[in-house]
Design a protein around this ligand. Structure first.
Ligand SMILES: Cc1cc2nc3c(=O)[nH]c(=O)nc-3n(C[C@H](O)[C@H](O)[C@H](O)COP(=O)(O)OP(=O)(O)OC[C@H]3O[C@@H](n4cnc5c(N)ncnc54)[C@H](O)[C@@H]3O)c2cc1C
Length: 389
């Protein structure tokens, strides 16, 4: 028997504490009122609205885990997951902006930065500055530590040369976490994380990709040509960047799980509404048992994916092991997002295939979940390693 005075409070995974519920509902309300009217235009133009980003700062979702002492909301990782999920129900592009800001950039800074770096970066990230996380290169994606961007040490710090590819928020960001090697011969032990500011000489943001989905989210090349970075801008320790990368990405993928659960829930909500309105054979298509069963299966899958995401996030917040659970939640939720958004297109019929209705975009947006922050094959590899060791 556990002593009830010392026993942890056990709740259903989906039962939210009062602050979590208030936070989730306020973000969802914001998404429906402020994001929804802009979704189509931002998708077509391939860019996020800056006034919308400013409103996201005002709402407090750009600095969820930033401690109050640095001007943030002082929330938990679970709050970040709830925020990403709620925004992604309406627009997964806005979801990933907030996700990268919180689960990668701010997360890495709060865990690894010196006091000096924290006080220089965190108040700005919580109030007005977007961040980006630059690990991937043209030749190193899944094999991330084969990166070739060089950081040569000199008297004042480091000189960076090389290129990064696929960097989310590249267009909007002013603060970039950049991974480079101080010694290619040292393998992963040469990798070091740096804070690079947009204004640094020798640093330019290059081509923005024209994408299948999450089109409003910018995905950019970063170019470093003798970019000088002060020694004080090393994030963590020299040669320990691999640890920063592995540990933040392990957590970040829970955020992608949340993005995909939100997307799937959004597609499901649209589908339920539409099938009740659309009439064929003299009645709403929702009256057909075949349609009901498809929707029931989709609802079950969304629920299962959400439980995995919430469990992984709660494990992380309780400092318990979560590696396999994080990989499982990302793998399942990205597959569910693809299946549920595909069903949504099917049940909208011809209207599902055109841009006047919301589900074709969600179908396009779903695909990225199986690619970034570790492809599905890499998630399977992580799970296999954990369960078979
Ligand atoms: C829209 C978008 C946004 C992104 N945002 C960021 C960002 O903000 N920051 C960042 O650093 N990166 C970002 N990325 C990069 C992303 O993380 C990589 O694209 C991803 O890790 C895959 O790498 P790759 O594209 O080089 O594919 P590859 O690694 O070349 O993989 C190609 C295929 O081979 C498979 N494969 C590779 N190795 C193995 C293996 N060992 N076993 C089995 N299968 C394998 C993969 O599963 C995949 O199917 C983004 C990418 C996109 C498209």
């Amino acid at each position: 028997m556990t002593n009830s005075a010392t026993a942890p409070i056990r709740r259903a995974l989906t039962t939210l504490a009062e602050d979590e519920l208030l936070f989730r509902d306020s973000v969802l309300e914001f998404a429906r009122a402020e994001v929804a009217p802009l979704v189509r235009e931002m998708d077509e133009h391939g860019s996020l609205s800056r006034p919308l980003i400013d409103k996201l700062f005002d709402l407090g979702v750009m600095g969820i885990e930033v401690p109050e002492a640095y001007g943030g909301a002082g929330g938990t990782f679970f709050h970040a997951v709830l925020g990403v999920e709620a925004l992604s129900q309406v627009d997964p592009s806005v979801g990933v902006l907030v996700d990268v800001q919180n689960t990668l950039v701010i997360n890495a800074l709060t865990r690894w930065a010196s006091e000096d770096l924290k006080s220089r970066c965190l108040p700005r990230l919580a109030s007005s500055v977007v961040g980006a996380y630059a690990l991937s290169e043209a030749g190193s994606g899944s094999d991330a530590f084969a990166l070739t961007t060089r950081a040569a040490a000199d008297a004042e710090g480091f000189v960076l040369n090389g290129r990064k590819l696929w960097i989310t928020n590249g267009n909007e960001a002013d603060i970039f976490i950049v991974f480079a090697t101080i010694d290619p011969a040292a393998g992963y032990r040469g990798i070091t994380a740096f804070i690079v500011e947009r204004a640094f000489g020798g640093f330019t943001v290059g081509k923005k990709e024209d994408k299948l989905g999450i089109r409003a989210s910018s995905t950019c090349e970063l170019i470093f040509e003798d970019c000088r970075v002060p020694a004080a801008n090393v994030l963590g320790q020299v040669g320990k960047g691999y640890k920063v990368a592995i540990e933040t990405l392990n957590e970040g993928r829970i955020g992608i799980g949340a993005q995909m659960v939100g997307l799937a829930q959004g597609a499901l909500d649209h589908t339920i509404r539409y099938t009740k309105e659309r009439r064929q054979f003299g009645k709403p298509i929702a009256d057909f048992q075949a349609v009901q069963h498809q929707i029931a299966r989709a609802a079950m899958e969304v629920e299962a994916a959400r439980l995995l995401v919430y469990n992984a996030a709660r494990l992380r917040d309780e400092s318990l092991p979560f590696l396999a659970e994080a990989a499982m939640c990302k793998l399942l939720s990205s597959e569910v997002a693809e299946r549920v958004s595909s069903l949504a297109v099917n049940l909208y019929g011809g209207y599902g295939f055109v841009k006047d209705y919301p589900v074709e975009k969600l179908y396009r947006d779903a695909k990225i979940g199986q690619i970034y922050e570790g492809t599905s094959n890499l998630q399977l590899q992580t799970i296999a390693k954990q369960v078979m060791s």
